[in-house]
Design a protein around this ligand. Structure first.
Ligand code: PEP
Ligand code: MG
Length: 608
């Protein structure tokens, strides 16, 4: 009886919402389908009155689920309950870990030669003659039949998936395997498979998924290979810039064996699997319309400025060579080592954390090699309207799940940071008015809700909470007591939480001995500290603080000498290439910086 109820649980249903900006796209859908298939129960997805089988990648993709769409997942039959739980957890993880592909901002170019503009796939500079892609198919005799070829291709994709499982791009192989499974069910011969693929590609035309047509071509090529079709691609044995309509994802590996310097594709998108793999391989590449480019003369592919210079002048070439050299040094040194610990030349470990503002920047930080979050600027999480407790809790939870080491700053509103739903009376000097921690006094309900949401999201996870703009010891003790009362009121154990302050107001420099008695940690906010030390508003249009002023360094030195609790730095100074050596010599061991600066900063640390 027990077994019966266990296996044949009631039909289950749950509503799930797409939170990734990329929508529910091929790779996550493939993982979802793959898991659905591992359960014996019937699994369906309903969206806008259309119900499809969640075990078929094509039908699920046909729903074109985009960010903020909510669908209903249903399971029915054997192990339905277990299936729904597992799929829900997988879906939430997929949404959380799906990194948004953003258009890369183009730099300004200043070339004398003629240009073709494009969109950047992977940044870099390449100088070489153009080479037009040439693919030829040759058929050999074989005894393999279509069914066997289908099996071999599926096994190959499975093997590739397992081989690359730990890498970000493994999902591409799983996606292709699922696509092949779904197409294979419908095809008994190669021509039927070709027909199905042509139909699928037709339906993609003009849609956001159009760039996935290369995956279909790739699958077809893989099956054909086992039926004796050999694809011959020739490359020059001297450096070249490859010009092609598109490339198959499976061709990128082969390209790495050649002297390719850059790639220009005419018919792909920055979201295609080919583009993802070009980026992963670090091949300078651009999407641009380039007709009839050939010859022995070198071209300049500047994939920072997103241009192809096809009649470069001698000056253009000279400048591009210098930029290329510079790029090479930076790329090789920083990016490939961004996940490695940053050790100084003497072997001292420097922790490199990220300053983030929301889930996307937290994910970006993870991708860029951050070891944690040193500053979560919570005021940027909800810009338009006041979020509910549940929305706040969910947002914090998603961010907290990404790292073990997290410091969240309570609302830092006022001065240069306004929120439409927080009213602060007009002040003559808003930078010296109600801002940061002072809001605990003026807006206690709002702060109570924020504390509660953070506590709920943290559960038992170790977390650091820091208060901004603290200027006196009492301000800290009272605010910490406020937080403790919130915990008491809602009966939450917060022994997992440390409380600290940002050092942004100069008065703290004179109170460190007392602060040492009460805080768990400090984080130096040099952006505000500099403005208050020099009485120059940080947003002032003409007056500017000298970012490398010795006064700032001596303030930091003073803090490090007196502080008996851990000190980190999260102001802009921490990512300033001219400041890092000094900061480390003063004794700082933890830097929190913008995600984009992580790889570079780690590399600079390695040279100190
Ligand atoms: C700072 O003041 O240095 C800081 C990191 O905080 P914000 O820039 O958010 O004020
Ligand atoms: Mg500040």
């Amino acid at each position: 009886m027990f077994l019966f109820t266990h296996f044949f649980s009631k039909p289950q249903s749950v509503h799930l919402t797409i939170t990734s900006s990329n929508g529910f796209h091929l790779r996550p859908v493939a993982q979802f389908v793959s898991m659905s298939k591992s359960f014996p129960c019937k699994t369906t997805v309903t969206f806008q009155n259309k119900t499809v089988d969640a075990k078929s990648i094509n039908t699920l993709l046909s729903l074109s689920l985009e960010k903020e769409d909510t669908f209903r997942l249903q399971t029915q039959g054997k192990r339905a309950e277990e299936a729904i739980q597992s799929l829900k957890t997988l879906f939430e993880t997929l949404m959380q870990t799906d990194t948004q592909i953003k258009k890369i901002v183009k730099t300004v170019s200043n070339y004398q030669g003629n240009l073709i503009e494009g969109d950047i796939i992977c940044e870099g500079i390449a100088i070489a003659p153009a080479y037009a892609y040439l693919r030829q198919e040759v058929q050999h005799e074989t005894n393999v039949n279509f069914k066997e070829a289908l099996h071999c291709a599926t096994d190959e994709l499975e093997a590739l998936y397992l081989l690359h499982k730990k890498e970000d791009n493994a999902g591409i192989y799983l996606a292709q395997k699922e696509l092949l499974a779904s197409l294979g069910e419908r095809s008994k011969t190669l021509s039927q498979l070709e027909q199905s693929i042509a139909e699928e590609i037709d339906t993609l035309l003009g849609s956001k998924m159009q760039s996935k047509s290369v995956d279909y071509h790739d699958i077809l090529q893989r099956v054909k290979k086992h039926l004796g079709w050999e694809t011959k691609v020739t490359f020059p044995n001297t450096p070249f810039i490859l010009i092609a309509d598109d490339l198959l994802p499976s061709e990128i590996d082969a390209l790495l064996e050649t002297q390719v310097r850059g790639v220009i594709l005419q018919e792909t998108s920055i979201y295609s699997h080919t583009a993802i793999l070009l980026r992963a391989a670090g091949i300078t590449s651009l999407i641009a319309q380039t007709e009839n480019l050939s010859g022995k003369e070198p071209l300049i592919l500047d994939a920072h400025a997103a241009v192809l210079v096809y009649t470069p002048s001698a000056t253009d070439l000279e400048k591009a060579k210098q930029d290329e050299e510079q790029d090479k040094i930076q790329k090789a040194q920083s990016s490939s080592k961004r996940f490695e610990t940053a050790l100084t030349m003497q072997g001292k470990k420097i922790k490199v954390l990220a300053n983030v503002a929301d889930l996307n920047s937290a994910k970006e930080a993870k991708d860029e090699g951050a070891e944690g979050i040193g500053l979560l600027r919570s005021e940027f999480l909800f810009k338009a309207t006041k979020p509910s407790l549940e929305t706040q809790q969910k947002a914090y939870k998603e961010i907290f799940s990404l790292f073990d080491d997290i410091t969240v700053r309570t609302l830092d509103v006022g001065g240069d940071k306004a929120l439409p739903y927080i009213q602060i009376p007009t002040e003559n000097n808003p930078f010296l008015g109600i801002r940061g921690v002072r809001l605990f006094k003026t807006h206690p309900e709002l702060l109570e809700e924020q504390m509660y949401a953070i506590f709920l999201a943290a559960k038992e996870k170790a977390l650091k909470i820091m208060f901004p703009m603290v200027s006196t010891v009492e301000e800290f003790t009272q605010t910490k007591a406020f937080a403790q009362n919130v915990a008491k009121k809602y009966q939450i154990d917060i022994s997992n939480i440390d409380f600290g302050i940002m050092i942004e107001v100069p008065s703290v420099l004179f109170l460190l001995e007392q602060f040492n008695e009460v805080v768990d940690f400090y984080s130096i906010g040099t952006n505000d500290l500099a403005q208050y030390l020099f009485a120059i508003e940080r947003t002032h249009p003409t007056l500017k603080v000298d970012a490398l002023s010795p006064v700032l360094f001596s303030a930091i030195e003073n803090i490090l000498q007196k502080a008996t609790k851990p000190v980190s730095i999260c102001g802009e100074l921490a990512a300033n290439k001219n400041a890092i050596e000094k900061l480390l010599h003063l004794g700082l061991e933890t830097l929190s910086i913008s995600p984009k600066s992580i790889a570079k900063t780690k590399e600079l640390i390695r040279h100190v």
